[in-house]
Design a protein around this ligand. Sequence first.
Ligand code: CLF
Ligand code: SF4
Length: 515
Amino acid sequence: MVEMIAQTSTPELDQVMQQVAEHKGCGTEGGSGKASCGSAAGQGDLPTEIWEKVKNHPCYSEEAHHHFARMHVAVAPACNIQCNYCNRKYDCANESRPGVVSEKLTPEQAAKKVVAVASVIPQMTVLGIAGPGDPLANPAKTFETFELVAQGAPDIKLCLSTNGLALPEYVDRIAQYNIDHVTITINMVDPEVGAKIYPWIFWNHKRYTGIEAARILSEHQLRGLEMLTERGILCKVNSVMIPGVNDKHLVKVNKAVKSRGAFLHNIMPLISAPEHGTVFGLNGQRGPSAQELKILQDECQGEMNMMRHCRQCRADAVGLLGEDRSAEFTTDKIMAIDVNYDLESRRTYQQAVEVERQAKVAAKHEELAKFAGEESDISLLVAVATKGSGLINEHFGHAKEFQIYELSTSGAKFVGHRRVDMYCQGGYGEEDTLATVIRAINDCHAVFVAKIGGCPKADLTAAGIAPVDEYAHEFIEKSALAWFKTYLEKVSSGEVEHQPRGDAQIRQGALITAA
Ligand code: CLF
Ligand code: SF4
């Protein structure tokens, strides 16, 4: 089973995995020579008790998402509201890509699956329940699953995502079960906007429609959020950006949730196509472009962090965000796995990840120090092909997504990701696919890859995107900053004329087919 982890590991982690496999426990050799158990790379100014909750949660920490994985179990089929971007044949679109159907599990099957997955993926640190309907519209199955998982895999963090209608009723139970992370999807705080998104809700044995339905939903969402934050539970708010419906309004939503103590705001693009059979899909409602999404996220960025690395995963997702290993863990395969839940080995692996993570942060700071005293108005985007661990370690032709970083003299900031169809199809490049990849990263000045062939290199260059392969297998941020420094020098010397780039497309088709 150990080889199932190898996809995202580095030589240092492979070495630790060898120890894990041999049950040698925590050693101090290898890597930097330090076993820095539980130390705090990336803590910044977060209080320690918050840092402890987020440092290995891939959704609540952008840093963590390069290293740690989450899994979902699909135990909650029913829903108590209707969203115009949802088709009930599929998973809850509040935390899933439309068009995805998950295998539903009983709480017992789900708990077995969590323990089995955690025993073969030591970087899996979080269990989320996010559907396929609303977890709190299925309270018995949801809480039973959490209870069984807490018994079988006590080091796993518990996470819940809800539309918020039933939230005030269940806040005490959420606290009682040590569910430390709750996501509420809040698309509006004005019932008139809400009436364009929610045709009905079902509450207190009664169906409500129109503005009344949206008013009740909004009151419950905001009250639930306040009740959770009063109890010290970390809350993330998801909002679906629907151009012409709530796009301008989301700034007001951001202020409302920030003032009620939300920790993180995740504004996600509406994914909408007629084949999903949703109201929005059928009436031609479009989703935002990459630039529209980024402008709104930038506008909302203030004291509250904006999440920009959400992958709108499925209700049975398994793995790092951006990879989907759910097919490796179907019920049949789970039943055949020989479960050996070794807490000590999991800790050892996670400590090794922490060492690697600190090395990455130190390298970034070292590179950033070279910009001391340098000022430039230039900021630009670059795309990166990565399989994880914060490294440039994916071939251009094998990338199913590119991570996007914004570079300026103040640093390298992760600002999003773009799903694409793989360019390389069984040994040859697909020209049509290359055009869609270029459209997806068209707002970038460069693309960093571990390797790239001559043809795509020439086409990218012709499109004004510089292919960069000289930092293969090095840290992303350090490399991007080093490249940016050289770029600024070329601009100053007149060798390069800095030109702004255009907009890019959020690839709806790729989001669905990649499921
Ligand atoms: Fe799952 Fe959601 Fe918990 Fe994460 S997902 S319940 S907070 S463990 Fe994460 Fe997936 Fe985005 Fe959700 S990337 S859809 S934000
Ligand atoms: Fe669909 Fe989720 Fe909305 Fe329910 S809450 S209607 S499952 S998107």
